[in-house]
Design a protein around this ligand. Sequence first.
Ligand code: NAP
Length: 259
Amino acid sequence: MDLGISGKRALVCASSKGLGLGCAEALAAEGVNLVMNARGVEALEASAQAIRDAHGVDVVTVACDVTTPEGQAAVLEAAEGADILVNNAGGPPPGLWTDWEREDFIKALDSNMLTPITFIKGLVPAMMERGWGRVVNITSQAVRAPIPVLGLSNAARTGLTGYVAGTARQVANTGVTINNLLPGIHATDRADALDSGVAKQQGISIEDARAQRCVGIPAGRYGTRQEFGAACAFLCSQHAGFIVGQNVLLDGGGVNLTM
Ligand code: NAP
């Protein structure tokens, strides 16, 4: 299927690895030019070059922390006029409800709620003027089914979800869609870190921790960044113009809900 977005320009935040990289790769495969971002320069440049080599698209890189005002200004400058925005950043650490103080919540809100809102406010007005735009926020299955040890993530991402629910409907008549993609467990560095945490906590091997976490996934495996990226590219396509304000679970069936 031709997604009809060749020649468009996308900002993909936090995209040197993992799910963000999957989205950048899938968009590039459709002929979309990219602004890619991450804090670490080396992995960012390597991923950007691999995408240029594989797909022949233009890729601009901005190495910075997207959760800081300086980082956001640098990314917004490079991405001015972007047609597509994929919001992403690292997830907050796991813990117990008693572990978290005001500062921890502020940090989580900055990363997983206020940063995506800043980019939406920065880029969506020009998309509205042009009459076309796509925004995809990478959130988490925890928005539908909160994960107890991820209290900071549950709190911040649910806040973003509420904001998007209203905003998506306020801009929909201008040709701009805003949706959320909710990953279940995918095989990325983040999943490795959480597997290591489970292994350490329970005194088991990482392989056993992984097998234990797979038990809760009807598909019997972790998702891949390629599968995730393909779903993102579809939401950014011409065909997805009537999909507005949705929360799309990509979790191998892990969250058992009828709606
Ligand atoms: P990952 O494999 O650890 O990759 C994270 C990417 O984001 C890297 O490129 C990293 O590069 C970049 N990054 C992190 N913090 C950043 C920041 N402040 N500014 C700019 N770039 C930043 O993580 P992932 O698995 O793809 O996860 C992506 C998001 O999905 C996270 O919020 C995660 O919590 C959420 N999620 C993941 C899963 C899963 O199973 N993988 C499930 C549910 C939700 P640098 O470190 O160099 O900056």
